[in-house]
Design a protein around this ligand. Structure first.
Ligand code: ADP
Length: 677
């Protein structure tokens, strides 16, 4: 085994490779651009070498700089990750020439699969089924158009050198062919410096199913089953799972064996993925082979119990495959979602900015997070805007999906737009739940998938009002319990105020919109029923809030006789409410529990998770309204907590330096004067 390797990549995949290397006792060298000086992968590696300015073409893509970094640090091998130089035959060749081991396939195998048309010719010879189409060298317009006319529309034009969906055009009729061809060629020339085109029959409702293969230097090869990556936006994957839902054993075996034939036809070595389109009728067609580790490899790891990076290192070091086909089996079901800094509402436009706050679910046997970004890190326009991959495992697809939803619910990212809610909604749809999806699902359902949650579920608005009314009530009850004057009318939670109507006003913001509700609590048997009024609309709502974890509640709610159960998360004044199908984010603007200035009701609670910086008065001090009492720090900003009224600070619940959860009561305060009328 190697003693030291260099990882020619960044972000989550660099961190992922470092983790396995460390476990195997292999030292690691990271490389970094100016933009990544403080990045997680740099911190995790044993050593790191600076390779230049932020643009990848001046740093991560410069072969000489990577080779120099390996030389300087004495690394024996280079793991290229995915993207960047991972499928660059010149780079693999340079490694060979320099006596460095390229942790990937031989140069010839990369070259063989580098062109989609050359790859198809090879696969045809190896007896691997192809999508009907034309992949010849004659690129005359008449030849290409003749092929399209003969196979019938729709057809798909593809750039032979393509990747990432670039240089691809669907053509629906003969009349559109020439202008579509010109467009696809221009895009391909601009992206890949080549305009060689393929014409394929466009399959209308295929699934994208790919096979993970692995080969060693002794001629052994195995397939580690399939991944379904049909959930795509703009032909790019967003959700991946293994095994593929509903696939039968004979199709699995046929695809696995076809994929191995494909790999063996090019003397493959290491990890590779053979991508197929699987049609409704069970027929499958070769699309391309990716000669590297894929972004979505963790789902395969979770169902097979293997570490594919360990396999890569072993094979690259000349060892045989850790096991044979017969020893591999599928255990349970795994799902992965790609969390991107992007705006699904704006056509998945990448977003940049600082991750101001990041809270991730707890990891363990059921939840894995492969991330390269921490709170405070910046997502820049220089690199892929993927923030993290969330991967879950369970015995069945249904239970894995439930795990995915709770993991998504527990993920909070503030500071920049992400596709988090989109992922929740997408994986909650009836079609996804039933496993009945194809590669066009997102495009065909986009309008619904990105519309406002409150448009799809009109009960959400009164649920928000009810949740706030109930949480204010609970908070008031908690304060009353901690108070030296539990009977004080200050703490009454029914909404009752001296000489006041029992109503509560609540202002919230959802996206750009502000809504102001009025809630009227009414005694209803043993509990309280609320009339909720929003402009012209009103609802009858009752419910029960139960604390499930810090800042997390489940709420049983009934709106005009319709019962549901939702989960609620709080982070300062920001909330997320998750139903079975939706997630809604909202912020509380001015919690108003009466007509007096009642910001006092939560003025003594931590506005968000943070640390106590200092107390500003002694316990026992008598203070007047507005006196600064303590300072806490959250999200790198200081927040001062002021006296809500004239009164006495009986005690502080936290000392300087202690961590507090958002919403926690910070001190015991007794009001000495009557609340203002
Ligand atoms: P790229 O290398 O640019 O990612 P691929 O050839 O891997 O392109 O195709 C990407 C996606 O495009 C596939 O996963 C599938 O959704 C769609 N696609 C490709 N070929 C076809 C086809 N013949 N018919 C329908 N959809 C296709």
């Amino acid at each position: 085994m190697f003693t030291k390797i260099l990882i020619a990549n960044r972000g989550e995949i660099a961190c992922r490779v470092i983790r396995t290397a460390r476990r195997m006792g292999v030292a690691t060298v990271a490389v970094y651009s100016d933009a990544d000086r403080n990045a997680l992968h740099v911190e995790m590696a044993d050593e790191a070498v600076h390779i230049g300015p932020p643009p990848a073409r001046e740093s991560y893509l410069v072969i000489d700089k990577i080779i120099d970094a390996a030389r300087r640090t004495g690394a024996e091998a280079i793991h290229p990750g995915y993207g960047f130089l991972s499928e660059n035959a010149d780079f693999a060749r340079r490694c060979d020439e320099e006596g460095l081991v390229f942790i990937g396939p031989p140069v010839k195998a990369i070259e063989a699969m580098g062109s989609k048309s050359a790859a198809k010719s090879l696969m045809e010879k190896a007896g691997v089924p192809l999508v009907p189409g034309y992949h010849g060298d004659d690129q005359g317009i008449a030849v290409l158009k003749g092929a399209a006319d003969a196979m019938g529309y729709p057809v798909l034009l593809k750039a032979a050198a393509g990747g990432g969906g670039k240089g691809m055009r669907r053509v629906d009729s003969s009349a559109e062919f020439e202008s579509a061809l010109a467009g696809a060629m221009r895009e391909s020339a601009a992206s890949f410096g080549d305009q060689h085109m393929l014409v394929e029959k466009y399959l209308l409702t295929p699934r994208h199913v790919e096979i993970q293969v692995f080969c060693d230097n002794d001629g052994n090869g195995v397939y580690l089953f399939e991944r379904d990556c049909s959930m795509q936006r703009r032909h790019q994957k967003v959700v991946e799972e293994a095994p593929a839902p509903g696939i039968d054993e004979s199709t699995r075996k046929a695809m696995g064996e076809a994929a191995l034939r494909a790999a063996q036809a090019i003397d493959y070595r290491g990890a590779g993925t053979v991508e197929f389109l699987l049609d409704r009728d069970g027929k499958f067609y070769f699309m391309e082979m990716n000669t590297r580790l894929q972004v979505e490899h963790p789902v395969t790891e979770l169902i097979t119990g293997q570490d594919l990076v360990e396999w890569q290192l072993r094979v690259a070091a000349g060892q045989p495959l850790p096991c044979r086909q017969g020893a591999l089996s599928i255990n349970g079901h795994a799902l992965e979602v790609r969390l991107y800094a992007e705006s699904p509402e704006q056509g998945f436009l990448p977003q940049t900015g600082t991750v101001e706050y990041l809270s991730e679910p707890k990891t363990g046997p059921h939840v894995r997070i492969d991330s390269g970004v921490r709170q405070g890190d910046e997502v820049t326009a220089n690199y892929d805007p993927m923030i993290a991959k969330l991967i879950v495992w369970d015995e069945t697809r249904e239970t894995a999906l439930a795990r995915l939803h709770s993991a998504l619910s527990e993920t909070i990212i503030e500071g920049l737009n992400t596709n988090l809610d989109f992922l929740y909604r997408l994986t909650s749809t009836r079609e996804f739940r039933s496993g009945d999806v194809d590669t066009n699902y997102i495009d065909n359902n986009l309008e619904n998938l990105v519309s406002e949650p409150t448009e799809r579920n009109p009960d959400l608005l009164p649920m928000v009002a009810l949740s706030l009314a109930l949480s204010e009530k609970q908070r008031a009850e908690d304060s009353a319990r901690h108070s030296s004057e539990p009977g004080s009318p200050w703490h009454l939670s029914s909404g009752w105020r001296m000489n006041q109507n029992a109503r509560q006003r609540l202002a919230i913001r959802i996206g750009e919109d502000e809504h102001e509700f009025v809630t009227y609590p009414q005694k209803d048997g043993d509990g309280i029923c609320y009339e909720i009024v929003l402009g012209e609309q009103d609802w009858q709502a009752r419910g029960h809030l139960q604390s499930a974890a810090p800042n997390t509640w489940t709420m049983r709610v009934e709106i005009d006789g319709h019962r549901q159960s939702v989960h609620l998360y709080r982070h300062g004044d920001n909330f997320s409410m998750h139903t079975a199908h939706e997630v809604l984010h909202f912020s509380l603007l001015q919690p108003d529990t009466g007509e007096e200035d009642s910001s006092s009701d939560n003025a003594l609670n931590a506005p968000m998770n943070g640390v106590i910086v200092t107390h500003l008065v002694e316990a026992g001090a008598s203070v007047s309204k507005g006196t600064p009492l303590l300072v806490m720090e959250a999200m790198k900003m200081e927040h001062t907590i002021h006296a809500p009224a004239d009164g006495t600070v009986n005690s502080f619940h936290f000392n300087a330096g202690e961590l507090v959860d958002g919403g926690a009561l910070l001190l015991d305060f007794a009001v000495t004067s009557e609340p203002a009328k």
